[in-house]
Write a new protein. Structure first.
Lengths: 281, 300
């Protein structure tokens, strides 16, 4: 009886590891293959017999994408757009998230629902009018304009996520500070912000990754070198110059490197924030 | 600083806190949305600035007799359904395995979540390389395993193009389900399973009688968020197939985007996206109502 129970447990454990290993391979296998491709000579990529392990390794592809294309410029633009987006969201969204988390006031529920419904708007539905409006005020092909456009879908997301983190910061310390004569502003800045620091960082990283990765808005709203971000630039290079696979793979690896590093650093807190909203309903 | 501190003591403080983000939202969401709806009943083509003016519901009527619209609508339903079902199944599998908390689970969790955070552009080209008709490693593996005779052009064959894009989408999206479902599983009390085991319920019975009912809210929330995301974003299809071959992978969001981006027909593109939004709203309302009804029955 106990013997068979132990056996069943062992089988279940083996099955679990098998599932986890298979799914992990499915998830990162393609990335590993892209990385291996980026290290191959073009002749070894386009061969009759597939080379699973590269016989010779080269960094030429990385040198090529960095020196022979506008890639550094694209990356710089993406950095600026991402930085601007995060700045706008943090500056305006933190205050809103705090208000939603700590105060009861007329219209609160409706307003929060409004922030949620906004996420249902199709990207195209926003892109067209944004393009027309921004062309009117000279913000097409501008990094600031693109950051503003990103705010349209990232600010509501940021507010919801951060509100969850504020909700889970204990209110007692805040009350104590208020009793000690601190103003509401003082309590917010000195007590709540430090308590929710990890959440603030995780929420910021989440929207930073989204802004860094974004493709569709950027494709429509950037027309030239001045503001084009890397996803658009890479996509256009593929179409225009028949980019060799190795060089494309190298570009892909370079551009997801910051994402992977940031994700690895804050993934725990970020996962908490992403799930909190959906679980509570 | 002191002045602001005093201001924070007034009863208008929360509205002041909300003001900056509200201004932003009115500026970049509310105004463009209303303007977009106005564009959908106007003639607006950037290539022909001479055209203009109100045309009423002309674009909406035009959709009725536009064969591409109907193909795209059908493809949207098929594509979204297939992707969501596949992602839900994979997500449930991953969440159940991760929830057993065996040693090393944390590493697996990070690896499994990673695709969700990767950019569409990279995901698209990565899979295009894997499935390439001349040098795709998946083709090579399938030929070696004897499944295929020769390499296959997955994205160029109308019969497989949609399925191939669903696979890529599932790879990209299933971690989202795994994430939410895992959190849902963690909130189910362990005692329920113990009690069921004492009563002699097997693994299948436990899944049917405890896990799925307890997860219903989470599944409902995850499905609706994912459907919204899938219907609204044409990125991956734009990169992988551009809607082709023919219109085999043309979906509504992509059709609307291309109408705007390639043909500069902003009026028709806006009308398409408004219709898409309305369909999505109806779906969301119906879905929420349905999942509430079943919930009520389950409680009885």
């Amino acid at each position: 009886m106990i013997e068979s129970k132990r056996r069943r447990r062992l089988i279940a454990n083996i099955a679990t590891y098998f599932v986890l290993a298979t799914l992990s391979m499915f998830c990162i296998g393609p990335m590993i293959w892209m990385f291996l491709t980026s290290l191959k000579y073009e002749a070894d990529i386009v061969t009759q017999t597939m080379q699973y392990i590269p016989r010779r390794v080269t960094f030429d592809n990385y040198v090529a994408i960095w020196t022979q294309s506008s890639f550094p410029r694209l990356i710089a633009n993406s950095l600026v757009v991402t930085f601007l987006t995060v700045t706008i969201c943090v500056a305006t969204g933190t205050l809103a998230a705090y208000a939603f988390s700590r105060f009861a006031f007329r219209g609160r529920t409706q307003l929060m629902l409004g922030y949620l419904v906004v996420r249902m708007f199709p990207a195209v539905m926003m892109i067209i009018p944004l393009y027309v409006v921004m062309r009117g005020v000279g913000l097409v092909d501008s990094r600031f304009g693109l950051a503003l456009a990103y705010t349209s879908f990232l600010l509501p997301l940021f507010v919801w996520m951060l509100k969850g983190f504020f909700d889970s910061a204990p209110k007692e310390l805040e009350s104590a500070a208020r009793i000690d004569g601190s103003t509401r502003l003082g309590a917010m800045v000195r007590i709540v912000m430090p308590l929710a620091r990890n959440g603030l960082v995780a929420s910021s990283v989440f929207i930073a990754i989204a802004a860094w990765n974004e493709f569709l808005f950027a494709l429509m709203l950037t027309t030239g070198q001045g503001s084009r971000t890397w996803p658009v630039g890479l996509q256009l290079m593929v179409g225009e110059f028949q980019l060799p696979w190795g060089v494309l793979a190298a570009g892909g690896i370079l551009s997801i490197l910051p994402v992977i590093v940031l994700f690895a650093i804050v993934q725990r807190t970020m996962v908490q924030g992403l799930t909190a909203g959906a679980i509570k309903g | 600083m002191r002045a602001v501190g005093e201001l924070s003591e007034t009863r208008y403080w929360m509205y002041l806190l909300l003001l900056p983000s509200l201004v932003m939202i009115l500026l970049v969401i509310a105004y463009p949305t209303l303007y977009g709806m106005a564009i959908s009943i106007r003639e607006m083509r950037l290539t022909r600035p001479g055209l203009g003016g109100w045309v009423g519901f002309k674009h909406y009527a035009g959709m009725w007799s536009d064969p591409v619209f109907w193909i795209a609508l059908k493809n949207t339903v098929v594509w979204v359904t297939a992707a969501v079902v596949l992602e839900l199944a994979l997500g449930l599998l991953a969440a159940t395995a991760l929830n057993r908390d065996l040693p090393g689970t944390k590493i697996f969790a990070v690896l499994i979540l990673l695709p969700y955070f990767l950019p569409n552009v990279v995901a698209g080209h990565m899979w295009a390389l894997l499935l390439d008709p001349r040098l795709g490693v998946i083709n090579d593996l399938l030929v070696r395993a004897g499944v295929l005779q020769t390499y296959k052009a997955w994205f160029a064959d109308p019969n497989t193009a949609l399925a191939a894009t669903v696979l890529v989408e599932a790879w990209h999206g299933f971690p989202f389900f795994a994430l939410l479902l895992l959190a849902g599983l963690k909130s189910i009390p362990e005692d329920l399973y113990k009690a069921a085991a004492v009563d002699g319920a097997g693994v299948a019975a436990q899944l049917r009688l405890i896990t799925l009912p307890m997860l219903r809210t989470v599944i409902a929330a995850a499905v609706i968020l994912r459907v919204i995301g899938l219907v609204n974003s044409p990125d991956l299809l734009l990169i992988l197939t551009g809607g082709g071959p023919g219109d085999a992978t043309q979906v509504l969001s992509l059709y609307a985007f291309q109408t705007a981006y390639k043909e500069f027909n902003f009026g028709y593109a806006s009308a398409l996206s408004v219709v898409m939004f309305v369909i999505l709203m109806i779906f969301a309302a119906a879905y929420i109502r349905l999942s509430r009804i079943t919930k009520g029955e389950g409680d009885d």
